[in-house]
Ligand binder design. Structure first.
Ligand code: NAG
Ligand code: NAG
Length: 287
């Protein structure tokens, strides 16, 4: 990124805020944490460790989307930038038998890329499906070291995505809904406790086998709440606009109604968040 002026940073912060406001729905906590975390970090000329964000929630709630927005606001080209690296556990590291190979490869990649660009961004999707050994391989890069074998990782950004804790996040959101409280009044502390308990105790989420948490290597836990009907409608409207169609409220409602909601009785939250509304939308415009 080279030298950045204060004015530059301000306008970037404003751009990130605008993107989050216009495109991410129903996630007041994530929005606030991300904005503060990312700009606090980029503004810091000498961070003591890389920025590590752990994004939690069900599919379709906006985790991938937020990673993409962060990447786009730091690097032109976003996910396609040479400085942004996306790893998907089941795609890039599928075979447990080849873990040693993956480990060496991943360490070489991280090292090589950070040597070339100190502010590289690494995104790890499906952390809950990632082999514990691989997470151990990343660990040295996340710590408070000035140098690891001559390379400084302190300006890099690591973003981890997982479903771990999603049930607990949903429980909190549902409790609020049932007691008639505003979703926007959910505070991070309401969720943090639930999250740490479930995440630590969940043997299936590979992430937590490792000592990332024990060693406080994660800077921010970012919860993504399950989405309601009205949020789906917002996603659909934005998608329509981005495809160049005029907003058609009739279609917006029809697409939103095709989604399934839970719990069975109350039908409050969308099963798949906003994930499949886009393909459903295709049907209405497929001529
Ligand atoms: C593991 O890596 C070796 C060497 O690259 C390769 O020959 C083998 O097919 C891989 N195994 C699996 C299960 O992918
Ligand atoms: C950077 O990471 C990519 C994977 O995202 C890898 O293919 C490439 O070889 C790495 N570059 C260096 C210089 O290590």
């Amino acid at each position: 990124m080279g030298q950045t002026s204060v004015g530059d940073l301000r306008s970037r912060a404003a751009a990130l805020q605008k993107d989050l406001d216009n495109k991410l729905f129903g996630q007041h906590l994530a929005k606030k944490i991300i904005l503060n975390a990312v700009f606090g970090f980029i503004n810091n000329p000498k961070p003591k460790k890389p920025l590590t964000l752990s994004l939690h929630g069900w599919t379709g709630t906006g985790k991938n989307f937020v990673s993409k927005i962060i990447a786009e606001n730091i690097y032109e080209g976003g996910l396609n930038s040479d400085y942004v690296h996306l790893f998907v556990a089941t795609l890039h590291f599928p075979h447990a038998s080849n873990i040693t190979l993956y480990k060496d490869q991943l360490q070489l990649w991280i090292r090589g890329n950070v040597s070339a660009c100190a502010r590289s961004i690494f995104i790890f999707d499906e952390m809950d499906k990632m082999h514990a050994g691989l997470i151990d391989a990343i660990k040295p890069f996340l710590d408070y070291y000035d140098l690891v074998d001559g390379v400084s990782y302190q300006k890099a950004i690591f973003i981890f995505l997982s479903n771990a804790g999603a049930e607990r996040i949903t429980d909190v959101a549902l409790d609020f809904w049932r007691s008639g409280k505003q979703r926007e009044d959910i505070k991070l502390k309401d969720i943090e406790h639930a999250l740490s308990v479930s995440v630590f105790n969940n043997k299936n989420s590979g992430f937590w086998h490792s000592s990332l948490i024990d060693r406080n290597l994660i800077d921010y836990f970012v919860p993504f709440l399950p989405l309601e009907y009205k949020h789906l409608k917002m996603c659909i409207r934005v998608e329509m606009q981005s495809r160049g169609y005029e907003t058609n409220e009739d279609i917006v409602s029809r697409v939103a109604e095709e989604m399934t909601f839970f719990p069975k009785e109350e039908r409050v939250f969308s099963d798949k968040g906003c994930k499949t509304v886009f393909t459903k939308l295709d049907y209405y415009y497929d001529d």
